[in-house]
Design a protein around this ligand. Sequence first.
Ligand code: ARG
Length: 270
Amino acid sequence: MPTSRVPRPRRFLVCEPRHFSVEYAINPWMHPEAPVDAGLARGQWAELVRAYRAHGHTVEQAEPVAGLPDMVFAANCALVLGGRVLGSLFHAPQRRPESTAYDTWFKGAGFEVHRPESVCEGEGDLVPVGRLLLAGTGFRTTWAAHHEAQEYFGVPTVSLRLVDPLFYHLDTALFALDEDNVAYYPGAFSPGSREVLRRLFPDAVLATREDALAFGLNSVSDGLNVFMSPRAEALAGELVRHGYRPVPVDLSELHKAGGGIKCCTQEIRP
Ligand code: ARG
């Protein structure tokens, strides 16, 4: 295990939760009848942006659209690799208009957007790790979209089956630590997919169900600093043991929609 880990500056796209609320239930975390503190959500989100900037990362913002309460979850709008943008096609009709709103941002920033033909929720289910693209399916993004992603980027794509509805996106159960390694919660995956992960990443950091329920796997790593939920305490300890530096940011109010740090963060990879 390397003793000195090197952070790499990132370019992130985020979207302020100005119109955030829980109005429908498209995952088991969402309870429209429970109250949401919109001011608290905005304050917690602003802390995340501050933390990224304080660690030298570039943060850009898409303009939030009224009537799209989940638009804060920027990760779902696309996957950007090598400066190429694979857009999104949401499973839930309520979220479909977000794709157009984000495509407008990408076009304004000088990118072309390739729209997928089958349901594809961007970085929610498509996680690049070094030379591979890990791709989740089972609840949202389809196998067909994995194939589309592989054809579009020309990057070997590894399909993984998610089996627990609480971990409905790959990014709720796994995140990339750096180009070579990941952290994940094995219980979120089918037996075959667990075996695939074990073979690909024999030195992975394994998280507990408690870590996963605390959105600990919905983290963003720059190769050294891991922006993560302060509630995933066991995982934070494991990461320190592996030479990473947890940077706690609490997005508890956004958890009520089933999202955390990574969900709020789209990475623009040059
Ligand atoms: N309410 C949103 C949904 O269910 C949350 C999305 C969270 N995003 C993520 N990348 N996991 O679609």
